[in-house]
Write a protein that binds this ligand. Structure first.
Ligand code: FAD
Length: 500
């Protein structure tokens, strides 16, 4: 230890971001490096709507050393193989964005190229048939990968749905066991040091002050320190992602436990459906320029599977991010850093990536500005890349049935996305750019799913004789169908391994 090391850390907020931060720092730094305190207000509570995730969440759980069955049991969670999109390309149309890859490795040429070659000859059915995740989801099936050689069953990518309130409690127990101190109380003021504007302490309603070397702002949309005290500023992306409100309501479960999130487009936004063990989470994300709260609520309530279990709750938001997520001795994690709407369940991943990037740039008390600048630049790129993927869903649509969709279809889009779309439209090529979150399978699934039809296929696919291409793709398709048949029902799998 040097005498410039961080000695105390104050995490402000106890939602998903606050407790993920507390769990991570207590795990990685251990009990003796720095004193870690988390302060949260029971009166304010948490947003409690982040319930769907992506496969990278398993990496986070592994880093913490969590037992997956226990995690699913205690959060009354379920498994997720992808997202079903309904009414997005056009009313009545649906497609599946699966986790994992389509097909198998095809000796250096992407599977997508061979698939498109057959599709353009009118010989290939729905691309879902080459995704084990999509085929299992069709039949409400789920299992974890097993050691089965070349079988598709050896590689099953999945994520989770969970109850956000239970997740915060679960991580709280974990972090407290590792020495994190929790303080209940409402912060009413933030004190900055007069000499350099660094955060000195926060003041609670009862008059006490909490000091620290490092502050992690997990206070949610309000950005208590990062914005209200440090004035980080906000980049507003409403021109690309115009939805700005959500109405959320849980409802009773139904018999089939679907192992996927469903996103159903409506006339001014879309509705999520997230199945948990004890209820289904639902919400209608919409743009208030095109729809009133009453209308959005009525649409939501008339599209539930079961009885509502609570009154609908409205959550206003603005998509975008803080201009700087790390300012002086304060880093924003979670909603205090920014928000991209939950269409591809990326917010919890952004907390995860924020934490892992922060740990690679962990400061001492000198707070090197070059490290801070690098962190801010990388996080901004993460946000921009995800933004572009989300915008694709809205922009590549044939819907002409409402002013909202007219706006989305004709809006100006970021140049990086425009280029990806041009490249796909010619030869059907989809790429993962640098280290961006979504890979070529995701781009391919959503571009094709949103009814973008390439003019031609990648000419490299012609290296394989047509008869051989047909034979290989038929073989893979059959292996996937057999594997999906073999899998148990999602509900049975949960009952056997991780029922609450
Ligand atoms: P919050 O949950 O709001 O927590 C803020 C904390 O700060 C609370 O503990 C609060 O008490 C505390 N606090 C605030 N002010 C004070 C104060 N003055 N004094 C003391 N304590 C204070 N993400 C996904 O990954 N998947 C999804 O499916 C998904 N769906 C979403 C749907 C909607 C409509 C929205 C809005 C978000 C969704 N998200 C989703 C995002 C996800 O909910 C958040 O990223 C996640 O919950 C983290 O929230 P948070 O901890 O930053 O904020």
């Amino acid at each position: 230890m040097t005498d410039r090391n961080i000695r105390s850390i104050l995490i402000v907020g106890g939602g998903t971001a606050g407790w993920m931060t507390a769990a991570t720092l207590s795990r990685i730094l251990g009990p003796d490096y720095a004193k870690i305190t988390l302060v949260e207000s029971d009166e304010i509570g948490i947003i409690g709507v982040g319930e769907a995730t992506i496969p990278q969440m398993a990496t986070f759980n592994r880093m913490l050393g969590l037992d997956e069955d226990q995690f699913v049991r205690e959060t009354k969670g379920s498994f997720k193989l992808g997202i079903q999109f309904v009414n997005w390309g056009r009313a009545g149309h649906r497609y599946f964005h699966p986790f994992g890859k389509y097909g198998l490795d095809m000796k250096g040429v992407s599977f997508h190229a061979y698939y498109l070659r057959l599709r353009q000859l009118g010989e290939a059915p729905d691309v879902d048939e080459w995704s084990l995740q999509a085929m299992a989801a069709r039949d409400d099936k789920f299992m974890r990968a097993i050691d089965a050689g070349n079988s598709p069953l050896s590689d099953i990518a999945y994520a989770y749905h969970f109850d956000a309130g239970l997740y915060a409690k679960f991580l709280r127990r974990y972090a407290e066991d590792k020495g994190v101190t929790r303080r209940e109380g409402k912060i009413v003021d933030v004190k900055l040091r007069s000499e350099d504007g660094f955060v000195q302490s926060v003041q609670l309603e009862d008059g006490s002050h909490l000091e620290a070397d490092l502050f992690i702002d997990c206070s949610g949309f309000r950005g208590l320190i990062i914005e209200q005290a440090l004035k980080a500023g906000y980049t507003d992306w409403s021109q690309y992602l115009p939805c700005n409100r959500a109405i959320a309501v849980p409802c009773a479960s139904v018999d089939a436990w679907t192992p996927y999130t469903r996103s159903t487009a409506h006339t001014a936004g879309w509705q999520w459906r997230i199945p948990l063990q004890h209820r289904i989470g639902n919400g209608h994300v919409f743009c208030s320029d095109y729809m009133s709260d009453d209308e959005a609520t009525a649409i939501l309530m008339s599209n539930l599977d079961g009885e509502p279990l609570a009154d609908p709750r409205t959550v206003p938001f603005k998509t975008g991010h803080r201009n700087r997520m790390w300012v002086k001795n304060c880093v924003a994690m979670g909603l205090s850093g920014g928000f991209l709407e939950p269409l591809e369940s990326t917010s919890i991943w952004l907390i995860q990536s924020g934490l892992s990037r922060f740990l690679t740039m962990f400061p001492d008390r000198d707070f090197n500005q070059a490290d801070i600048d690098r962190y801010n630049r990388i996080m901004q790129t993460d946000y921009e890349e995800i933004r572009d993927f989300l915008v694709l869903h809205y922009h590549a649509t044939e819907r002409t049935d409402s002013p909202f969709w007219d706006y989305c279809r004709t809006m100006e889009i970021p140049e990086r996305l425009a280029e990806k779309m041009r490249v796909f439209r010619t030869h059907g090529r989809a790429f993962r750019e640098n280290e961006e979150l979504f890979n070529d399978t995701s781009w391919f699934a959503v571009m094709l799913g949103q009814l973008m039809e390439p003019a031609s296929h990648d000419p490299v696919a012609d290296v394989m004789p047509l008869a051989e291409t047909r034979e290989r793709l038929a073989h893979i398709r059959e292996a996937i169908a057999n594997s999906a048949d073999y899998m148990p029902k999602h509900r049975d799998f949960i009952r056997e391994h991780c029922a609450a």
